[in-house]
Design a protein around this ligand. Structure first.
Ligand SMILES: C[S@@+](CC[C@H](N)C(=O)[O-])C[C@H]1O[C@@H](n2cnc3c(N)ncnc32)[C@H](O)[C@@H]1O
Length: 321
């Protein structure tokens, strides 16, 4: 029965918008056993019990389910008790999301329930990260044997994904960075919950996290032995005032890599003028810039809600192949 609702489980656990969920999976009318199975596949799922998704989402899901069951002769008591009894007394500013990439690859991230909090937009995972994650999973050669550094990593989805043992991507070092101390703290927490046995593992087997503010990139402790050869950045092009320091950061790592750096930049297309402005500034550097074919949401490894398009570009030195 659990398998029957696995799409619903995947969507529920990453808080896919309730009104866009695959409700056609429910063949109405549902008898009491089926109703209980839906509840067990969502609110009562073991992952949600351990690391619950935000309550307002669970509440919206249960209310929608009850609307669907309107007119049924019997409605399972547990639907009502879950709605009434499980409601937390205090709403925490943080909750969890689970990304079921494959049956053997499940990522859990603590995230803020607000888009902007503690002075940053990075405490929740954005669409551009999911799109870039899809792209990397479709093109594993891009990450194999690479020392990877991520800029503006937010909650740490990409780094945690790249080091998943079940994906066997053959990635070398992964360093996730962000300028916000709150993001760094959150990423460290997310590393701990996804790699619970980290202490017994080799350093290289887990992602690491450091603070890196683009304005002061020269102060970043760079280890020459592990030259970074791939830089990732998702949803970092939205504020004109930091374009200069972001581009100086690209250049810093490009020069450190002996001009052998590859940069993959994923940007959500919210405001085309902002992206154009960034592109003009990027053209002042001696890079070759190539657009990458994005992975459509229909074949995404995540439940992506494609409200806005995501553009991925590849940036390399002029003479790099
Ligand atoms: C919209 S969030 C994207 C987070 C993550 N990459 C994602 O897609 O989910 C932008 C991130 O860039 C970081 N950021 C913004 N300006 C920065 C700066 N000047 N230096 C370093 N990080 C910065 C923010 O703290 C935030 O985590």
């Amino acid at each position: 029965m659990a398998d029957k609702y696995k799409k619903l489980t995947q969507q529920f656990l990453c808080c896919y918008p309730v009104n866009k969920m695959d409700w056609s999976l429910l063949q109405l009318p549902l008898d009491l056993t089926e109703q209980k199975a839906v509840l067990d596949a969502t609110c009562k799922h073991r992952l949600n019990r351990k690391y619950p998704v935000r309550w307002s989402y669970q509440e919206a899901f249960l209310k929608k389910l009850l609307v669907m069951l309107k007119g049924h002769e019997e409605v399972h008591d547990e639907l009502f008790t879950t709605l009434l009894v499980d409601a937390p007394e205090n709403i925490s500013p943080y909750a969890y999301k689970h990304y079921i990439v494959r049956p053997d690859c499940k990522i859990v991230l603590k995230e803020s329930i607000s888009f902007v909090s503690e002075g940053t937009t990075g405490l929740c995972t954005w669409e551009a990260s999911l799109a870039l994650a899809d792209y990397l999973l479709e093109h594993p050669d891009l990450v194999k044997d690479k020392n990877i550094l991520e800029l503006g990593a937010g909650t740490g989805l990409l780094g945690v994904l790249l080091k998943q043992p079940s994906l066997a991507l053959g990635v070398r070092r992964v360093i996730m960075t962000d300028g916000s101390p709150s993001c760094v703290r959150l990423m460290r927490h997310n590393i701990r919950i996804n790699f619970p046995n980290a202490k017994s593992k080799e350093e290289i087997e887990i992602p690491h996290c450091e603070q890196l503010l683009w304005e002061t990139v020269e102060e970043f402790g760079y280890d020459d032995e592990d030259a970074i050869n791939l830089v990732l950045a998702a949803d970092v092009v939205y504020d004109n005032s930091v374009f200069n320091s972001l581009l100086r950061t690209f250049e810093y790592f490009y020069l450190k890599s002996n001009l052998k750096l590859h940069i993959l930049l994923a940007s959500t297309v919210r405001n085309i003028e902002t992206l154009q402005k960034f592109s003009e500034q990027l053209q002042l550097y001696d890079y070759q810039v190539t657009p990458c074919a994005n992975v459509p949401t229909s074949s995404s490894h995540f439940c992506r809600d494609s409200t806005a398009a995501v553009q991925i570009i590849s940036i390399k030195g002029r003479d790099q192949t």
